[in-house]
Ligand binder design. Structure first.
Ligand SMILES: Cc1ncc(COP(=O)(O)O)c(C=O)c1O
Length: 449
């Protein structure tokens, strides 16, 4: 395993590395001269419209149902619940709002510790803090890149007071969700039966399944997102999913400013303006019939990369082939440690020193950008973010910070950080043509020369 945790670079060292990079750049460009940049940018992941969206939006506009009630909302909620296989779906302005309401339903209060996936987008964790909760970040495992059940088990031993676990399914790949459920049940038994609730952040994994069950159903409360770059989109929007009627009703009430049943505007608890609009819902309604088609297109992209990279010292973002079917939202790659040229990142910069026969995510992303193709670094682990550096981080070996010793070799296990260091997200737009993808594969292959 490779550690990327280099010290922050001094301006002098940075200047030196930049000079080395500039000198090397000529070499890089002669090497890639055989390719011309794409005329039209190849994107990471963009919305794909089909026409039905417009029909539903148009009908809402024509019938003057453009606010937060209407047939589109009712139908979008019904379709989502049916597709995912849960009893209730509550339409909201975005997935982050859904996660916030999950935290409220889970009774997260000031000072409560909440376990969270570490290698994920910041929106998985921020809602914990909206309610005053304190995140405890759980390291990833290498089989799915998601929350490591063993690390979670350790965290629940170290912090037996944890009562909620937020688990995300990274890039559309289900986490080891049943194992995570088992760990929570076991720890709960040890705690005298106090339940440990799971909140599943399925924002990136709509349509993916684990052991035959759709993601978004493994938590007591779950969230999905219809953000513009997701597998299907409402241009924005999200939903809270649950089997608990009382919880769904509460979430609906909270999302519409918590109005009580009085003839006037009566309020006994604080609320939010989080409800999905009937326009967004129309969009979502028009996209749902195309979910499986988008998944098939994304899967074909993943398989084409996998084939195209054969022989290179890389692997694609892995998944549990026996038990899960991802939605393949983003294709990613991970370089073997020996194939990495030196690369360093501080909080704002990334530098690398090119080497023959080796490359690194920073170089590949830079070269892709030169050719008009959009890749992206892997999410930077949240435990490494300045925002959350004060929070606990737990690996399968226990407390994950301060684990090296100046006088003893070894230590410093951090799977998420390693994946961040060696991995990248590849252009995964479902409108990318096979020959365009082949060219991206060629460009990336050339980086290893
Ligand atoms: C893992 C994850 N969680 C939560 C969110 C938040 O969703 P939204 O953008 O709809 O608020 C996103 C995406 O944006 C996400 O990728």
């Amino acid at each position: 395993m490779q550690e990327c945790c280099w010290p922050i670079l001094s301006p002098k060292v940075q200047t030196h590395v930049y000079i080395v990079m500039i000198l090397r750049r000529d070499k890089v460009f002669t090497q890639y001269n055989k390719f011309n940049p794409f005329e039209k940018e190849i994107w990471l992941s963009t919305p794909t419209m089909h026409g039905e969206e417009m029909e539903y939006v148009k009908s809402a506009v024509e019938n003057n149902w453009v606010s937060t009630v209407g047939e589109n909302i009712n139908e979008a909620e019904r379709i989502a619940a049916e597709k995912v296989g849960c009893k209730y779906a509550v339409g909201l302005s975005c997935g982050t709002d859904a996660l916030h309401l999950c935290m409220k339903l889970a009774n997260v209060h000031a000072g409560d510790r909440v376990a969270s996936s570490d290698l994920t987008f910041v929106a998985s964790t921020n809602p914990i803090t909206y309610e005053g909760g304190v995140p405890v970040f759980i390291d990833s495992e290498y089989q799915t890149w998601n929350m490591d059940p063993e690390a979670l088990e350790k965290a629940l031993e170290i912090y037996p007071e944890i009562k909620v676990v937020v688990v995300a399914n990274l890039y559309g790949t289900p986490a080891k969700l049943s194992e995570i459920q088992d760990v929570c049940k076991k720890a709960s038994k040890k705690n005298g039966g106090r339940e440990i609730l799971i909140v599943e952040d399925a924002a990136e994994s709509l349509g993916a399944s684990y052991r035959g069950k759709q993601t978004g159903t493994f938590g007591t409360y779950n969230a999905i997102s219809f953000n513009g770059n997701k597998i299907i989109t409402g241009s924005a929007g999200g939903m809270l999913l649950t089997d608990d009627l009382e919880a769904a009703n509460k979430a609906r009430k909270w999302s519409t400013q918590s109005r009580e049943a009085a003839p006037w505007y009566q309020h006994e608890e604080s609320g939010f303006n989080y409800r999905m609009s009937n326009i967004i819902a129309g969009f979502v309604r028009g996209q749902f019939p195309h979910l499986e088609e988008h998944i098939a297109q994304k899967k074909a992209i993943y398989i084409r990369y996998k084939e195209g990279f054969k022989g290179l010292p890389v692997q694609m973002n892995p998944y549990d082939v026996e038990n899960s079917e991802p939605n393949f939202w983003l294709s990613c790659m991970l370089l073997e440690p020996d194939a990495m040229c030196p690369q360093a990142r501080d909080d704002f910069h990334a530098v690398y020193r090119p080497e023959k026969g080796k490359t690194c995510p920073t170089e590949i992303l830079e070269i892709l950008a030169k050719y008009n193709a959009e890749g992206r670094p892997i999410w930077k682990p949240l435990s490494q973010q300045p925002l959350y550096r004060h929070c606990a981080f737990v690996t399968k070996y226990g407390y994950g910070r301060a684990t090296t010793n100046a006088y003893i070799a070894g230590g410093g296990h951090n799977v998420g950080l390693d994946i961040f260091d060696r991995g990248l997200c590849l252009p995964s737009d479902n409108k990318m043509a096979p020959d365009e993808q082949d060219k991206i594969i060629e460009i990336i292959r050339a980086c290893f020369q």
